[in-house]
Ligand binder design. Sequence first.
Ligand SMILES: NC(=O)c1ccc[n+]([C@@H]2O[C@H](COP(=O)([O-])OP(=O)(O)OC[C@H]3O[C@@H](n4cnc5c(N)ncnc54)[C@H](O)[C@@H]3O)[C@@H](O)[C@H]2O)c1
Length: 462
Amino acid sequence: MSITASEISVKQQGCESLGGIISAKTARIGVVGLGYVGLPLAVEYAARGFETLGIDLDKEKVLRLNAGHNYIQDVPETQLQEVLKRRTFRAEDDFSSIAESDVIYICVPTPVTPHKDPDTSYIHSATTSIAEHLRPGQLIILKSTTYPETTEGLVQPILEKAADKHNMLLGRDYFLAFSPERIDPGNKNFNTANTPVVVGGVTEACTELACLAMQQVVEQVYPVSSPKVAEMEKLVENIFRSVNIAFVNELARLCDRMGGVSIWEVIQAASTKPFGFMPFQPGPGLGGHCIPIDPYYLSWLARRYDFETNFITLSARTNEEMPYYVVDAVLRAIAEQPISLGQAKVLILGVAFKRDVDDTRHSPAYTVIELLRNKGVKHICYSDPFVEQIRVGKDQGTEMKHIALTDKVISDQHVVVLMTDHKAFPYSRIAEEANTIIDTRNAFKHVKHNRDKVRLLGSGSF
Ligand SMILES: NC(=O)c1ccc[n+]([C@@H]2O[C@H](COP(=O)([O-])OP(=O)(O)OC[C@H]3O[C@@H](n4cnc5c(N)ncnc54)[C@H](O)[C@@H]3O)[C@@H](O)[C@H]2O)c1
């Protein structure tokens, strides 16, 4: 639908009035999905005095938040309590109040289906709920990571269908943009405020307003020409990591076969080059909500264009092989001891997907535990100061609980497998007490004694 000259002036007014209340900090913010992405964003706005409504369908989360109990590591509980006290933040478990919000962020999950196709059902559902309450003067910003064309191909039609009933025009009466999230849970240096963000609106007014909205909580905002560019840019960021990690994972395996060359020493040496090189570390496989998933979003889209993203697919597969490679090393370490698989005791150190976080989503530790169980290893336990319990097995039917690292616990094991290099692990003591250590992260690098017990990925001893 094209916009006429008189509509343009109305459009400018609509844009200006929303822009005006954003600048005056009287705009009301809505955040849909209060997880790792949505909650820090909502609390950031609320802390800066914006009246902020958080919506999550998980009633339990909503209850906890309204009672001042935070569940996201990066959000200080005191900050949550402060914004509740100032009444700039509240959480609800339905969309009945969403019409109040002038700027609405969508921060819902974007997983893959069992066949590794994109599952955009959460975006669809959240958008449909917002569309039911759509009114003039609202700006919707999608933040969930997704394939290019989602904003304009999925979100926009749902909003337009609702808007048409009230003669509302996109870019004049309401606004839509995509702005990917870059939060890095557990990162002490970068947070919502000091991590630059990219914004691409469906129209120029959409981009301008979305930039203005983001500038209220983020120091640096970088506009791009369309939501597609912003969607693609986010995938490129994450696939860049996936491809480079796959590269060093492959080289780690080569070093293991060659012997006499440690991939870790090689990477450290290469890092002395001050330009044209960026270090990536090998490991037991990818985890988290983003890097194991996002490559599949782009390769799925590429197939729609009759295009095969060989590079991306190969990298994803190389990374997915790593837990299997780790399990082979564990089984070899068991086989060298006078013990059967059924009697062997294995301790997994770390089940979070990365250092010093409590997020276990897609953690390779699950795959390692599962594969070991399938091979007949019955006595598996884990220690992770950040994760009290996990569920493994078919339909996640088996509960495992974190155990404290006493000397006896460590020395009782036939194999200790370091999966996550949490800073809190007592590495020297573990090396002292353990029989055999499978180190997938070079976590024991500073341990001088008992080196003969450590089988380090990518060093020839694995
Ligand atoms: N976690 C990260 O580090 C990170 C970083 C960058 C981007 N992302 C992306 O951000 C998005 C959100 O990720 P996350 O880690 O915050 O997920 P999350 O699972 O921690 O949180 C999502 C929340 O959305 C809620 N939800 C689901 N459907 C809903 C609906 N229809 N209405 C309201 N609430 C709903 C869930 O209950 C959950 O609390 C994903 O697309 C992810 O890929 C995540």
